[in-house]
Ligand binder design. Structure first.
Ligand SMILES: NC(=O)c1ccc[n+]([C@@H]2O[C@H](COP(=O)([O-])OP(=O)(O)OC[C@H]3O[C@@H](n4cnc5c(N)ncnc54)[C@H](OP(=O)(O)O)[C@@H]3O)[C@@H](O)[C@H]2O)c1
Length: 271
């Protein structure tokens, strides 16, 4: 299985990365990031609201890797939206991350105030080559259609909640049809479904954990996935998913698990 996807502007993005929504204890995120990078992770997913960009930057520095070897995503939060506010928020994220560019900068949620101006600020950053790619998060079809009315740059990525329990082929296909790479968050459903019998059965057949099956399911849908962990063993296990393959029948039975389970808000409430 390939390790990267190609975005609509030619930028390469790893298919599997580290989610970093972890308020956590001091140095927890820093250690998780440097450990993950040591193991081969090359995609880090943070956001200004996670309040851990400093530690992400420190963990990256600790790894000793060259900046261009690591793909860093951050996001502009709800209360930072608007043209000037977004440009300011981007600069603050850069400073906290101790870097001079972010690989992928996303609008975190489609809140109603200043959405168009926020996107125009992202386009400005992109035009000035201060960011490698821009995108959105928690956008469903109506949000994307609205954005298309004023966008000069089509988002490279749309990040939304995605697991077999929230299997959204319509959103995925709409993105693919418009050359937007889908990226799934909360792929592990925060552990809520780890004991589901269908998952347990498939995991046992492959001698993997149900968490590894969930990660692999996203990857086989060609959806970039960012399982979160700050635990060294679990960070390692979540990356040990390259040596098995779910059969078409297994993929199908996982697809059937959709029951609308969410860990975050429904974007349709942001219309
Ligand atoms: N764009 C958005 O609006 C948005 C919203 C939510 C999340 N996200 C992003 O997506 C990432 C992932 O989503 P998420 O953090 O909500 O949930 P998740 O990745 O589905 O689940 C994370 C939880 O599972 C545990 N875990 C991880 N690997 C495990 C394993 N192998 N065995 C047992 N438990 C395991 C973690 O605990 P330990 O850390 O203790 O291992 C943590 O409690 C976030 O961190 C964030 O980067 C984005």
């Amino acid at each position: 299985m390939k390790t990267n996807v190609l975005l609509n502007n030619g930028v390469k993005m790893p298919l599997l990365g580290l989610g970093i929504y972890a308020p956590g204890e001091k140095n927890e995120v820093r250690n998780a990031v440097s450990h993950a990078l040591e193991l081969g992770y090359r995609l880090l997913d943070t956001a200004s609201i996670y309040q851990n960009e400093e530690e992400v930057g420190q963990g990256f520095k600790d790894s000793g890797l060259a900046r261009e070897k690591v793909f860093i995503t951050s996001k502009v939060w709800r209360d930072e939206q608007g043209y000037v506010q977004t440009l300011r928020a981007y600069d603050k994220s850069l400073k906290r991350l101790q870097t001079d560019y972010i690989d992928l900068y996303l609008i975190h949620w489609p809140v109603r105030t200043g959405l168009k101006e926020t996107w125009q600020a992202l386009e400005q950053l992109y035009e000035e080559k201060r960011v490698k790619a821009i995108g959105v998060s928690n956008y469903y079809e109506p949000h994307l259609k609205e954005l298309f009315e004023y966008a000069n740059v089509i988002p490279a990525v749309n990040q939304f909640e995605f697991s077999p329990f929230l299997y959204l082929p319509n959103v995925v296909n709409f993105c693919i049809d418009h050359k937007i790479q889908p990226e799934g968050y909360a792929p592990l459903v925060r552990g809520e479904k780890a004991q589901h019998p269908v998952l347990v059965d498939i995991a046992e057949k492959h001698r993997k954990s149900t968490y590894q099956v969930l990660i692999r399911w996203s990857m086989q849908h060609n959806v970039v996935t960012i399982p979160k962990s700050v635990n060294p063993d679990r960070i390692k296990a979540n990356f040990d998913v390259w040596d098995f393959q779910l059969s078409p029948m297994e993929m199908d039975s996982l697809d059937q698990l959709h029951d609308g389970t969410r860990v975050a808000d429904d974007p349709m409430t942001y219309l």
